[in-house]
Design a protein. Structure first.
Length: 278
């Protein structure tokens, strides 16, 4: 079931309301976790209806999928899209009981420019000034995980011009700048024939997160272009991969970690036995 609601973000969004569409899971499959979906379009185009297919797929895996509207550049200057993204997290956490989700189980799923916003919002959560007249201004902005499809992770001069940023500001707006051990678990998905955003952007982000001690997975799809999830037969498996990542890192994290640790111990015991017998 899908419905539309208004995000009461107040001055944090520069307007009285933003809009989002909620894609509800079957109650029998609901896992108490939500993911906010952020569309692409170079920060200047697109709308939340572009997220209908991936949102429907994720709802089918038990997630409350929230397709978000954010202000586009041209209508508002940077950092309006980032402010709106963070305000949506605060609003959703503040309304967790209303939607039957755990306030600590909110994730991002972003595509292209939306993936940039997802990564940047995750890496800078609770770190900036907030509008004091927002109904949820004091609610934490952190998220539990991120899935980022073909994200710009280090803004170049062309992207800086698109956003109206100086080189120093572009560095601060680059997700890779904020790679740290505290970064939420992150899944990066990218096609190797992407001419809009080279797949090296995801490779470098993955390397930076792993070097910092954060949890990260990387999926490279050989020969596939930008927006590859729209190709025949790719939406369902990619969304299933996102759902599995969120299940492992958020929904069933403690159970998974216990099973992982037990498996690691078994392998260590087997290797010790092999060495002792050799």
């Amino acid at each position: 079931m899908t419905d539309g609601v208004r995000v009461e973000a107040g001055a944090a969004c520069g307007a009285e309301y933003l809009l989002c569409d909620l894609y509800h899971p079957d109650p029998a499959r609901a896992n108490g976790t939500a993911t906010i979906l952020l569309h692409g379009g170079g920060w200047r185009a697109g709308d939340r209806t572009m997220m209908a297919d991936p949102a429907t797929a994720l709802a089918g895996h038990g997630f409350l999928a929230v397709a978000l509207e954010y202000r586009l550049l041209g209508a508002a200057p940077w950092p309006a899209p980032l402010d709106d993204t963070k305000a949506a997290v605060r609003w959703l956490r503040g309304n967790a009981g209303r939607f039957g989700i755990d306030p600590e189980q909110i994730a991002f799923t972003g595509f292209s420019a939306g993936a940039h916003l997802a990564l940047l919002a995750a890496g800078t959560a609770d770190g900036g000034e907030r509008a004091t007249d927002s109904a949820h201004h004091d609610v934490p902005e952190r998220v539990a995980a991120v899935a980022a499809f073909f994200p710009p992770t280090r803004l170049g001069s062309g992207q800086a011009r698109m956003l109206g940023l100086t080189p120093e500001a572009a560095r601060a707006a680059s997700p890779i700048t904020h790679a740290a051990a505290s970064f939420p678990p992150t899944l990066l998905l990218h096609g190797t024939d992407d001419t809009m955003v080279p797949h090296s952007a995801s490779v470098q982000m993955f390397d930076a997160l792993i070097a910092a001690g954060a949890a990260a997975d990387l999926r490279l799809y050989a020969g596939l272009p930008h927006e590859f999830q729209q190709l025949p037969g790719l939406l369902e498996p990619t969304m299933a991969d996102v759902a599995a990542f969120f299940e492992r890192q958020v929904v069933q994290r403690e159970r998974f970690e216990a099973a992982r640790d037990a498996m690691q111990r078994r392998w260590e015991e087997r290797m010790q036995a092999v060495r002792a017998g050799g």
